[in-house]
Design a protein. Sequence first.
Length: 213
Amino acid sequence: MHIPDGFLDPVTAGLTYLILILYGFFALRRVRKVLTPEVVSLSSVLAAGVFAAQMLNWPLPGGTSLHFVGGALAGIMLGPWLGFLTMFLVLLIQCLVFHDGGITALGANAINMAIIDVLIGYLVYQLFTSKSHPSNSNRALGASLGAWLGIVIAGAAAGLQLGYSPLFPYGFAITLPVMIGWHAVLGIIEGVITALVVLYLAQRAPTLLTKGR
């Protein structure tokens, strides 16, 4: 999922950075009033967990990689705005310190993993748990489907970005099937893990699942 340097042309990289800046500015305005010490601590702990999960990488044809994302869980626990900032912090540290994902591709990586995956996971989960007292089956279904759909759509977005860039040697006919297919398989595992975490939190610390609202 991480796109390295040299894969995106300047126009594509610039457009993705513009989207990232505009979305990030709006997200910062939305979370400014809710940044209590408790929320900051929760966000930091979740960022550490996501960071560790994303370090498990499997190479894909063409030079990019396949790995767990965790964006859906961030959206479910923190909501779309703080979930975005948490995921972006993870991606920024990976890029600057561990060289996982390029600086020129940071905008694209953030769109895929910190915006798309977080938003899809959050919206799908909210759709299944809109009642005041949702059942565990609804929680599990919403979390698993949100995580699966989030990572698949994020993978498709990465495939579109790579296929559109003239610097990447493969076009849409290769990038889309590869990114969607492999992430659809990994999304099953991520969906199961996300559902198990959500069910555990619902039993042990249900207030952590209400902060996303």
